[in-house]
Design a protein around this ligand. Sequence first.
Ligand SMILES: *[C@@H]1O[C@H](CO)[C@@H](O)[C@H](O)[C@H]1NC(C)=O
Ligand SMILES: *[C@@H]1O[C@H](CO)[C@@H](O)[C@H](O)[C@H]1NC(C)=O
Ligand SMILES: *[C@@H]1O[C@H](CO)[C@@H](O)[C@H](O)[C@H]1NC(C)=O
Ligand SMILES: *[C@@H]1O[C@H](CO)[C@@H](O)[C@H](O)[C@H]1NC(C)=O
Ligand SMILES: *[C@@H]1O[C@H](CO)[C@@H](O)[C@H](O)[C@H]1NC(C)=O
Length: 461
Amino acid sequence: METYKLSILIVSVLTGLVIHRVASVRYEPNWQSLDSRPLPGWYDESKIGIFLHWGVFSVPGLLSEWFWKQWVTEKDPAAVAFMKNNYRPDWTYQDFAEQFTAALYNPDDWAELFNASGARYVVLTSKHHEGFTNWPSKYSFSWNSMDVGPNRDLVGELAESIRKKTNIHFGLYHSLFEWYNPLYLEDKANNWTTKDFVAFKTLPELYEIVNRYKPEVVWSDGDWEAPDTYWNSTEFIAWLYNESPVKDTVVTNDRWGNGVMCHHGGYYTCSDRYNPGKLQPRKWENAMTIDKQSWGYRRNANLSDMLTMEELIATLVETVSCGGNILINVGPTPDGLIIPLFEERLRNLGKWLNINGEAIYSTVPWKYQNDTVTPNVWYTAKKSPNGLDVFAIVLKWPSPGQLYLKCPMTTEETKVMLLGYGEPIKWEKAKTGGINLQIPNIPFKSMPCDYAWVFKMENLL
Ligand SMILES: *[C@@H]1O[C@H](CO)[C@@H](O)[C@H](O)[C@H]1NC(C)=O
Ligand SMILES: *[C@@H]1O[C@H](CO)[C@@H](O)[C@H](O)[C@H]1NC(C)=O
Ligand SMILES: *[C@@H]1O[C@H](CO)[C@@H](O)[C@H](O)[C@H]1NC(C)=O
Ligand SMILES: *[C@@H]1O[C@H](CO)[C@@H](O)[C@H](O)[C@H]1NC(C)=O
Ligand SMILES: *[C@@H]1O[C@H](CO)[C@@H](O)[C@H](O)[C@H]1NC(C)=O
């Protein structure tokens, strides 16, 4: 008995050691080691995030979130004329900060809206290339949301609302560089042989936001002018993965230095609005915008600048079929509102996901991403007790009454359902290989949803 107990003790101590060792893999500050870290599972399962570009640039609300650069450096005629016609001659970009009031900002309302959209994570700009921090940073004296403008901790308030009201994962965007920061410009003039900006600004800020707000996404940007060795990116990410308060759940992207994007990091973003249309070897994200022209709020955006619901759902479906996540950007107004058009898109997305979410969340890419014969049909798959369920997501309602799919190989037991519709779908094995679905004549008012429809196929070959 005693020996038995002892051996159990030894076994459990050994098991404990093994588990401990697995849990405490230490990542080295080099890409080979960092790239080997498996992505925390929540990220791939989530599929959909909301991206928020909010800052002083939201005040002019013209051209894009690059307004400062477009006005002062690029001398974009639209920006120059707008400033000349509407502002006194000595107006500086900094003067806009006073008008960044966030007077109507209610982060509980944002949390409710993002939750209703079906998104499972949110990424807010903590600081964009203008350098203004949306939190009271110790390292951004007088150029932060507590000292000027809102007089509020915009980041902290959203983090709190999101966590209190929803199960959404909270993430932060952070720009490594700042267009006009003198320390940065000096390091740049020294060909990156000095790194005062990194030592006194970038890294302190990154540690500050991670320790204070515990973001589960660190969405880095503004990396491209300087090498990763200048930014100390691998050193920072090793800390993020080994020691930070979010080391077990955090994910990060790939924008960590010139030439790094699409080659190293957590998941890949590769380019803005990346949507490759084919399966990718590594987990990736399509960061895109509902306003096709801008990430920041634009006062003069018109209806044709906005993605339609059909375009938004099609982009989501293509992205997820090819193994990506989608990060859907809306730019809040300077007073802290999400305009009704963005709200409508997000709520309709949520309604669509209430019916069809089974074909999106926690799915994996199938062996085919889209049908090889019939256009506008994209596939996802999910393990179930009977094997693999395959979802054919159809972007055009099929007419007249029949839909041919080349890729699915049927068995005697194959069962087909239209999500949100009560009756099973009749089908037959196609002579040319694949399946013919008999599309029922559903009255317009009884359609299960708008924009795209999902045929769930069980027991395929
Ligand atoms: C979040 O969304 C889910 C699913 O639509 C819903 O059941 C829940 O009530 C929502 N929560 C809040 C706080 O709105
Ligand atoms: C930086 O590099 C450029 C181009 O190679 C060179 O002309 C310049 O002198 C260098 N500047 C410094 C400060 O080393
Ligand atoms: C950057 O990393 C190097 C190498 O680990 C280290 O010596 C240096 O102190 C770091 N610089 C900053 C600013 O953290
Ligand atoms: C909408 O705005 C874009 C510029 O953002 C412009 O090119 C386009 O002509 C406008 N369309 C309409 C219908 O006004
Ligand atoms: C499948 O998608 C790819 C990538 O978008 C496209 O090139 C191809 O034409 C599509 N196939 C069909 C049958 O539409």
